[in-house]
Design a protein. Structure first.
Lengths: 83, 83
DNA sequence: TCCATTATTGTCATATTTGACAAGTCAAGA
DNA sequence: TCTTGACTTGTCAAATATGACAATAATGGA
């Protein structure tokens, strides 16, 4: 069964990125809106790179995003959402 | 209520670390056992630093750990487990 | 106590994330 | 077409995660 699927680094980064983007759009937020809701400084550059799966974000960065999106961190880290 | 709790960076790193350590011990594994089960190279130094909340791990590192521990990534990222 | 296993910590070099800014792309409207 | 907003991408410097190794501490058993 699909438990045998080997997940490459780029695969999981893409899924995490899709999760962030999907949730952000569900909340009706732009990337600028999102960074505006994050307490510490963060940049749309980084949001974009995460959403595109181009960067291997740290857990604290994903946590700050989860706070701004008002969802649990574990929702962003849910790999079962892969399309 | 406790939604007002402000989570500092060090707080969430500690919780993530506690999750890793708790699950690892539940599985009866040592840090050496754990790194032995991880496909790509990883070091017990890093496992220890993550478990102690001394490093802000990337999501891919936590993913590799979750694979070795045979739990979903989202379980490691569950911040509700805070003691 | 002695010993072995396990875990922590320090340091180093390398790689990469991050924030910042600029430039470029893209789509939707006026 | 022109403009505006939203997003992407390149580059840079600074900070830091990572892997590696060594040294130390902590733990438990004989």
């Amino acid at each position: 069964m699909s438990n045998m699927t080997i997940m490459e680094k780029s695969d999981i980064l893409k899924i995490i990125g899709q999760n962030v983007k999907r949730i952000r759009l569900e909340k009706g937020l732009t990337q600028v809106d999102l960074v505006g809701k994050i307490k510490a400084q963060i940049d749309t550059t980084n949001i974009s790179r995460i959403e595109k799966g181009r960067t291997n974000a740290t857990i604290h960065t994903l946590f700050r995003i989860s706070q701004a999106l008002e969802v649990p961190l574990s929702e962003i880290c849910d790999l079962k959402n892969s399309i």
